[in-house]
Design a protein around this ligand. Structure first.
Ligand code: FEO
Length: 598
């Protein structure tokens, strides 16, 4: 088979192998690829597995005709590619080996010699001239061993990619789904080395590639963007397919029943694909690739010997040793007297980065009951939230908590009533036009600042930065300027309009002059021009989310029943919160309260 006019395929197909690398089932066999580049000089790209010495040497002789090879390029020393190095060197005593220094050290380990007088050591960026073809070498350490190099032929625009872009399956097998077996191969064999694969993809992006010649699987000649995109997704631990994968073990069928119920509920709630894998009966490598393929997975298992069922332990070990990350994980545990599988599984996954655990886990104490069924429903709701919201028949179209998703910064608005300086916290500041610059500020009419700004027509907006402590919010947010002096004892700084700007905890301030006023019933909107603007630091702006997550102390709700203000933590004790309730501390309304979770 010719890859191009001057590049000939001389690899072999293995249909006798039972387990590739001693662990992966390969029902469609395996290909060990090797190529010959025929030019003024001749280079052979890698050898093949030890069981195919004669077939390969015959393929090689046929491709060479009456010529002899000058070089054997060894890109990878794993024995499925390197086993015939010595046979080649004996058959062609004039030839030299071209490889990385690490590969020669490995030859010493494998063969007891490193061909001192017949070797050319190459490293990243080195080239080998064959005549019209110039081979450039690309370091690809840990894709999949440390000695690996890839090779680029600029004339035919071919990348020889070593194990990269390889797959399970012989080339003469009936198998047209490249991604399926390439994904299983990738996550089984190279999955741990995403960072290194990303580094090679970056180098490859600078090359003009028309064909990829891997050491396993077919030569890739068309639509290379598809394959490269998949490799990019896999090596960056991205989400390849929409859907949810459930991996489970079950001893007497009760955990399986829970999984089946969950799968039904996920489908009913719009999940486009639910993949269910029984870890005791599935090919482990298939389940591992599924775990990396989908963005959400559910792990369901029994407590077993104060641990988890062995197949689940093995499965999670496969995930963690491959750098599992960037996923949402839900869990189902079953245990007749002391269920602890969730705790064990979370401990096992604790080193994995960017894992989001569902709020709901399902606890089964032997068999499903009403409580655990309800938990399954909740877990399905959580996992399918976006699917349900996307579909017109399951979406809640009046969910006003959507408004909470609007991003806000936090600001101190300063003003002066002619006698006293005042300041208050607002989150409703936005630039509404740029020619001319107009900034809108909304202020609750109950705040004294509203009254003052309406009278004076000027204010300063101080943009709080992330270093502002909670005391800033207490001082300007939870007290009224009508009866307190919020700047008492503070060394104040003033802008050209005579108003205060904060000496600390801000990254900018702007002085505003009111151009228009819009009455919004509870609030007034001041639409203003900018008369002065200064940047004080490069610190990030304090957002409402940052405040909630990092600044506001956790409210002491333990043992209390009722509602808690999300802005300041004020607790309203009582069954029902009146619709017109206003927080006495921060003056936010009932919409900013949430029920205290028991
Ligand atoms: Fe195909 Fe890593 O050997």
């Amino acid at each position: 088979m010719r890859v191009t006019n001057e590049i000939i395929y001389v690899g072999v197909n293995d249909h006798k192998i039972d387990l590739f690398e001693g662990q992966y089932v390969v029902p469609e066999g395996m290909a060990y690829n090797s190529y010959v580049i025929v030019d003024s000089k001749i280079a052979v790209m890698d050898t093949v597995d030890r069981n195919f010495t004669h077939e390969w040497l015959d393929n090689l002789a046929n491709a060479l005709g009456d010529r002899k090879p000058d070089y054997l390029v060894v890109q990878h020393m794993e024995p499925d590619h390197s086993a015939n190095i010595c046979n080649f060197m004996n058959t062609y005593p004039e030839a030299k080996i071209v490889s990385s220094s690490k590969a020669f050290a490995m030859m010493k380990n494998f063969f007891g010699k490193e061909f001192e007088d017949r070797r050319i050591v190459v490293a990243e960026g080195d080239t080998l001239e064959l005549g019209t073809h110039t081979l450039s070498f690309i370091g690809a350490p840990m894709v999949h061993w440390p000695e690996v190099i890839m090779t680029y032929d600029a004339k035919d625009k071919v990348l020889f990619s070593a194990d990269g872009f390889g797959k399970f399956g012989a080339l003469d097998a009936e198998d047209d789904d490249w991604a399926c077996e390439a994904r299983r191969y990738y996550f089984g064999i190279v999955g741990k080395y995403g960072v290194q694969v990303q580094a090679v993809l970056k180098k490859a992006a600078a090359l003009d590639i028309e064909k990829i010649c891997p050491l396993h699987g077919p030569v890739l000649t068309e639509n290379l963007g598809y394959y490269i995109d998949l490799y990019n997704t896999w090596s960056s631990y991205g989400i390849e397919s929409d859907g949810i994968m459930i991996a489970y073990t079950s001893v007497y069928g009760n955990t399986k029943k829970a999984v089946e119920l969950l799968a039904d509920r996920l489908k009913a709630k719009g999940c486009p694909k639910v993949v269910v894998n029984d870890l005791a009966r599935s090919d482990m490598a298939e389940v591992v690739e599924d775990a990396f393929r989908y963005g959400r997975i559910v792990l369901a298992t029994t407590t077993y010997n104060a641990d988890i069922f062995p197949f689940m332990r093995e499965f999670i070990n496969h995930l963690t040793e491959r750098g599992f990350k960037n996923k949402t994980v839900g869990m189902i545990e079953n245990g007749s007297w002391a269920p602890m599988a969730v705790k064990v599984m979370k401990e096992m996954l604790s080193g994995c980065k960017n894992i989001t655990y569902t709020d709901t886990n399902v606890k089964i104490t032997s068999a499903l009951n009403d409580v655990s069924k309800e938990q399954i429903e909740k877990l399905a709701d959580e996992l399918c939230m976006d699917y349900m919201a996307a579909a017109p028949d399951t979406a809640n179209k009046n969910d006003l908590t959507a408004l909470f998703k609007i991003g806000y910064g936090l600001y101190v608005v300063t003003s002066n009533d002619g006698k006293k300086d005042n300041g208050l916290i607002v989150n409703t500041v936005s630039q509404v036009t740029s020619t001319p610059n107009r900034v809108a500020v909304c202020i609750n009419k109950q705040n004294y600042s509203h009254h003052v700004i309406k009278q004076t027509g000027i204010m300063n907006v101080n943009c709080l930065s992330v270093d502002a402590p909670f005391s800033v919010f207490e001082n300007y947010g939870f007290r009224s300027g009508r009866n307190t002096d919020k700047f008492e004892g503070v060394d104040v700084l003033r802008s050209d309009n005579g108003l205060i700007f904060l000496p600390r905890y801000i990254n900018a301030f702007m002085s505003l002059k009111v151009e228009q006023y819009v009455d919004l019933d509870t609030h007034g909107m001041f639409i203003c021009s900018v008369t002065e603007a200064r940047v004080m630091s490069d610190r990030e702006t304090m957002t409402y989310t940052y405040y909630q997550d990092n600044v506001k102390p956790k409210p002491q709700t333990e043992g209390k029943k009722g509602w808690v203000c999300k802005i300041c933590g004020y607790i309203y004790e009582g069954e029902d919160l009146p619709e017109d309730f206003i927080c006495p501390l921060c003056k936010h309304g009932a919409a900013d309260f949430e029920p205290i979770k028991s």
